[in-house]
Design a protein around this ligand. Structure first.
Ligand SMILES: [Zn+2]
Length: 323
């Protein structure tokens, strides 16, 4: 980021494996913060130090745009909410950020069903503990302004909301149309491939979102836009985003092919496939590894390359015979 830019990157520590998170302060008609960081003392202190160094006080932040609901991006919102700051985000994230009890019940029921189908019911409790544990670093706030695809944000002229679901069910990126700078949350990260996490649909929607397919569509969407540089939620700016997108799409195809080779015979459950793919980390990172596995099975299914059978509520996957 050059000296003349009105976008400042603030990097904060997180207690998560992903490492530091970036939030962005935009000096424009309204002083705007994009994402806030996890709710920890360390992150808050780092935030205060850096924002003061930039010459601002916390009470001057007029609005906060949240790219998605994950705790490492939103938790510190709790420390900003009493300043009269306006929170802006997608409708999907609203019940997550309020930690709405009805939504959390729906959330738990959703995962129970998925884990049963994947043949992992016995680890369900462990998985739920992991997921609920993350929420301790999140916040409890109301979104004041709900935005959607193509919306403009008051006080940020020239920026447009681009919905980029996949990594999270409610995920937005902010695109500055004049220079092709995109603040991309976790949509595209240079040093790690973003995980298309399995997440519940909104209350009232029955069908499970096919997150990897969704994520690939959101990656392709950027190929058709003027996006020159992506300022990500983690790591350095992505200076050749379109090359990286093509690489990511290709790697996903390769992984799907590897999975197909694992299930020629006999058919396996999602959990059995997950263990073969991630033998050393599947238990520690159940959510991530199961998302990765199920996402690629969805991709194979969308190409009609797998046969799925159900027995006692558990799904078995087998490569279709190629003629
Ligand atoms: Zn995330």
């Amino acid at each position: 980021m050059n000296q003349t830019s009105n976008i400042h990157c603030i990097t904060l520590p997180t207690p998560f494996a992903v490492g530091d998170v970036n939030v962005y302060l935009i000096e424009d008609e309204k002083l705007t913060l994009v994402d806030t960081g996890p709710k920890t003392k360390e992150a808050w202190e780092a935030f205060l130090t850096q924002i003061n160094k930039l010459g601002f006080g916390v009470s001057e932040i007029e609005q906060v745009v949240l790219t998605h609901h994950h705790p490492d991006h939103v938790g510190l919102s709790d420390y900003l909410k009493d300043n009269g700051t306006t929170f802006i985000g997608l409708a999907y994230n609203e019940p997550w950020l309020r930690q709405d009890p009805e939504f959390l019940d729906h959330h738990d029921a959703f995962y129970l069903k998925i884990y049963k189908e994947m043949g992992i019911e016995k680890f369900h409790e462990k998985a739920m503990k992991q997921i609920r544990g993350y929420l301790a670093y999140s916040c409890s706030i109301n979104i004041h302004t709900i935005v959607k695809e193509g919306d403009r944000i008051a006080g940020l002229p020239g920026w447009i909301v681009i919905e980029t679901p996949g990594h999270a069910q409610g995920h937005l990126s902010l695109l500055s149309e004049k220079d092709g700078i995109m603040i991309g949350g976790d949509h595209l990260i240079q040093h790690i491939s973003s995980n298309a996490l399995i997440e519940p649909p909104p209350i009232g929607v029955q069908e499970r979102p096919k997150t990897l397919i969704q994520y690939r569509n959101s990656l392709r969407k950027l190929l058709d836009l003027k996006v020159n540089t992506v300022y990500p939620g983690h790591g350095n700016p992505v200076v050749h985003p379109k090359d990286l997108i093509k690489e990511r799409l290709m790697k996903q195809e390769e992984r799907a092919k590897d999975i197909l080779n694992l299930i020629i015979d006999p058919p396996l459950t999602g959990f059995e496939i997950c263990q073969k793919l991630f033998p050393s980390i599947f238990l520690k990172e159940l959510g991530l590894t199961m998302s990765e596995t199920l996402g690629h099975l969805d991709l194979l299914d969308s190409k009609e390359l797998v046969q799925i059978t159900e027995k006692n509520g558990v799904l078995y996957f087998k490569a279709k015979e190629v003629v």
